[in-house]
Design a protein around this ligand. Sequence first.
Ligand code: ZN
Length: 179
Amino acid sequence: MSRFRMKTMCGDGVIRTLIPPITMDELREYLPQRYRLEERGHRTPCWIWVGGQKGGYGVMRFEGRPRTVSRLAWRAFVGEIPEGLEVCHKCDVPTCFRIDHLFLGTHYENMRDAAEKKRMGGLFGVEHHSAKLNPEKVRFLRAQFDNGIDPSDEMALKFGVSYNALKKIQHKQSWKSVT
Ligand SMILES: [Zn+2]
């Protein structure tokens, strides 16, 4: 299969010839060349997607169709997104795909989080976290543990909690009311 190249203005303003990624490994190399740093009043600068947009979100073609860049970044650098969960922005900048500005949440949490930030004047920094665990996610985690998958640092990162918090859920020392 022939791979076309495209001239792309990269985040540093330099035009480079990049080959659109096909595999996850290629995506991991590609994404860090497609952002520009922007100070948006958070602890760390946002990684603003340099490329196409749809509905305010960064989009790029991958696996045969346009996909949201923040979701792709999560998949490339953290792992697959559990079904039913969304990649939400702590920084409230939809075109940002900096991993530590993202967290997993349900659609409901995403909406509530956005509404909350709006109500509070949008002054939250990156440390603001209204969504960590909820009964839905705890049930999902317990199902993983029941299937023999043990808590890991990667899982902790994915859910925005500590490794010990996962251990406690596994041993039913926390979230006891969730069955
Ligand atoms: Zn950001």
